[in-house]
Design a protein around this ligand. Structure first.
Ligand SMILES: *Cc1c(COP(=O)(O)O)cnc(C)c1O
Length: 339
């Protein structure tokens, strides 16, 4: 039996989710005629207290559409140096959006909003800052959760400067479950959000951009330009609707399992930070083996983990794991990391 802790994207749709997909009413969504896609978009907009949402094939496309909505070509986005939008989206902000990006040093969810305030460049001299993006939860920072107070302060900073605020909320569900902050509360703090259905929620495909009706109208046009117009996408939207109904609250189980993994691995002294959500980050700077070597050794024993850098290891819990798998991972990783 393989225990796959590489990512929460590895989940396969359950039998009940597949049944929901099979029964979905569909139409041509590029003509605006797919009722299931429209229902998903309305549901998600409502969850975050925004006017509208747009279904996209991936979280990267959702983020990049949002950035193009907020930042004209040649103008500037500010974000964390470890943000997904500048590390894993293959330079799309620059290559597709013509967006200039400046980053603050990687601090994950420990951001000090005053640092952002000091970086915002006003109009009139140099490249004007148009938007700030944060990530909730923060992937490379081990699933860290921005405290609501920090986000409110950041909103104050961006509002005062007349700059937009975007949330890469691929795992915002996990922040909601971990901190008990209502999704609407998060929604009210951002001009645009991207949210992902195929991470912890376990849908096979799909993300959404969330925002005002005016912005989402333009987003539809940008999505088409990027080749993201989908036809009978209701079969996918049905999986997302099912996931939101059935798999949101159970993220607490993934968090418990990640905490159990982290507790068990804590004696190795390699835990990068406490596990707040479904991600456990191990800093192997002081370990005998580097991250690729640990991946290979664990993989030989049926436990798959991710090297996020030469000395950074990531373990992610999700829907397709069980307690026995976590026990097995603890046994194998403790063995390898004790070396
Ligand atoms: C996974 C992820 C995305 C979107 O990734 P896709 O693979 O394009 O769906 C965006 N942001 C974060 C933080 C992610 O972890």
């Amino acid at each position: 039996m393989t225990v796959d802790l590489r990512s929460d994207t590895v989940t396969r749709p359950t039998a009940a989710m597949r049944a929901a997909m099979a029964e979905a009413e569909v139409g041509d969504d590029v003509y605006g005629e797919d009722p299931t896609v429209a229902a998903l978009e309305a549901d998600v907009a409502d969850l975050f207290g925004h006017e509208a949402a747009l279904f996209t094939p991936s979280g990267s496309m959702a983020n990049q559409i949002a950035l193009q909505l907020l930042v004209p070509p040649g103008e500037e986005l500010l974000c964390d140096a470890d943000a997904h939008v500048v590390t894993y989206e293959i330079g799309a902000a620059a290559a597709i959006g013509g967006i200039s990006t400046r980053t603050w040093p990687a601090v994950g969810a420990d951001l000090d909003p005053d640092v952002v305030a000091g970086m915002i460049r006003p109009e009139g001299y140099g490249v004007p800052t148009r938007a700030v993006a944060i990530e909730q939860t923060h992937n490379r920072a081990g699933g860290g959760v921005f405290p609501l107070a920090t986000l409110r302060e950041l909103r104050g900073v961006t509002a005062a400067a007349g700059v937009a605020l975007h949330c890469d909320g691929a795992r915002i569900w996990h922040a909601h479950v971990a901190d008990g902050v209502p999704l609407r509360e998060y929604g009210g703090l951002f001009d645009t959000l991207s949210v992902c259905l195929s991470k912890g929620l376990g849908a096979p495909v799909g993300s959404l951009v969330v925002g005002s009706a005016e912005r989402i109208g333009r987003a539809r046009w940008i999505r088409k330009r990027m080749g993201g117009g989908m036809r009978q996408a209701g079969v996918l939207a049905a999986a997302g609707r099912y996931a939101l109904r059935e798999h949101l609250d159970r993220l607490a189980v993934d968090h418990e399992r990640a905490a159990r993994l982290a507790d068990a691995l804590a004696p190795t002294g390699l835990l990068a930070r406490p596990a707040r959500t479904n991600i456990v980050a191990l800093d192997l700077t002081k370990a005998a083996l580097d991250a690729p070597a640990v991946c290979a050794a664990a993989g030989e024993r049926g436990v798959l983990v991710s090297a996020m850098g030469p000395r950074l290891l990531r373990l992610v819990t999700h829907l397709d794991l069980d307690d026995a798998g976590i026990d097995r991972a603890i046994e194998v990783l403790t063995d390898i990391l004790r070396g």
